[in-house]
Design a protein around this ligand. Structure first.
Ligand SMILES: C[S@@+](CC[C@H](N)C(=O)[O-])C[C@H]1O[C@@H](n2cnc3c(N)ncnc32)[C@H](O)[C@@H]1O
Length: 296
């Protein structure tokens, strides 16, 4: 590598990587897009380059860096893994809400969970994974659904794992504290009363919900996923849309290995499996879920 200039792998469908000699700010932002891609496999559209300015402003201030151009110049001079990771985290989209797109939850309640719970009665725990869980609302929604509608299930037999690449959102999920505005999105009043306590405008999940959920950092695009025991239900929603087709294919083949034979995978409403040959799509209750096909 020459003294101050290094190149990065090519993002599928993105502008070429840049060197320190590239003059235009447009190219500088493609350098930042490369960093986000390397760290998270999220492919950012150049039409959303304006987001770097706003999303990175706090990070720049905290590091005493005057602007994006200086940030790019310093990273081109010397790699800085913790800064690169912080940039990637700041650029991920963390949008989520309780019972987001209610249909998968309704389908679980009415059709999928009763036979699964029956089958698990004398066997291992019911295992659920909220992959790319963001600030935890999806995992806690699943916990509330189970406690409210399946009270006979011993809580010792329920495991809900929440994972996300961003340390900041994983920390928030672990606290389980939400502002009034987040509570007003999708959460029935009866659930608020039963499962939360509050102080001023902040509402915190009660221990009976909290203890069903584990949260940890994990990159879905790492070569291996952080679990070896199979899951009965996997929610992998609204994250694959940021990945390239190749990344989706690799991820879903890893997820396939982690889903129990009678398990169900839920994707976001605009997402589909990259390799339909290994999944059976099931339409029910206005939503779609996928069973793993047994591979020869
Ligand atoms: C739009 S949120 C979706 C949250 C939730 N699944 C839902 O549907 O409401 C996408 C989440 O994916 C996470 N994410 C992005 N790239 C990731 C990766 N490579 N590995 C794990 N999580 C990732 C982001 O940090 C963000 O919290």
């Amino acid at each position: 590598m020459s003294s101050s200039v290094f190149t990065r792998p090519f993002i599928p469908g993105a502008a070429p990587s840049v060197t320190a000699t590239a003059p235009a700010s447009h190219l500088d932002l493609s350098f930042l897009r490369q960093i986000v891609y390397e760290q998270t496999q999220n492919v950012l559209d150049p039409s959303r380059d304006y987001l770097f300015e706003t999303r990175l402003s706090k990070l720049l201030r905290s590091q005493g860096i005057t602007g994006l151009a200086d940030l790019v110049a310093s990273l081109q001079m010397r790699r800085n893994p913790s800064m690169e990771r912080a940039i990637a985290e700041a650029m991920t989209i963390n949008e989520t809400s309780f019972f987001r797109d209610i249909r998968p939850f309704e389908l679980l309640r009415k059709e999928l969970l009763p036979p699964l719970i029956e089958a698990r009665r004398h066997a291992r725990s019911l295992r659920i994974w909220s992959a790319a869980c963001s600030t935890g609302q999806e995992a806690y929604s699943l916990a509330m659904l189970l406690l409210e509608h399946f009270p006979s299930v011993s809580t010792r037999n329920i495991v809900i794992e929440g994972t996300d690449i961003s340390s900041e959102v994983v920390q928030r999920a672990s606290f389980g504290t939400y502002h009034r505005i987040e509570m007003n999105r999708g959460l029935p009043a009866r659930n608020i009363v039963r499962f939360f306590t509050h102080e001023g405008e902040d509402w915190t999940v009660k221990p009976e919900i909290r203890r069903l959920c584990n949260f940890r950092e994990a990159n879905l695009c790492a070569s291996t996923l952080p679990f070896s025991e199979p899951f009965d239900i996997i929610f992998l929603r609204n994250v694959m849309l940021y990945f390239s087709q190749e990344t989706r294919r690799r991820l879903l083949s890893n997820v396939h290995r982690l889903l129990a034979p009678q398990g169900a995978l839920f994707l976001g409403s605009s997402e589909q499996p990259a390799d339909p040959a290994i999944w059976t799509a099931n339409l029910s209750g206005g939503t779609c879920y996928y069973r793993p096909r047994r591979l020869a």
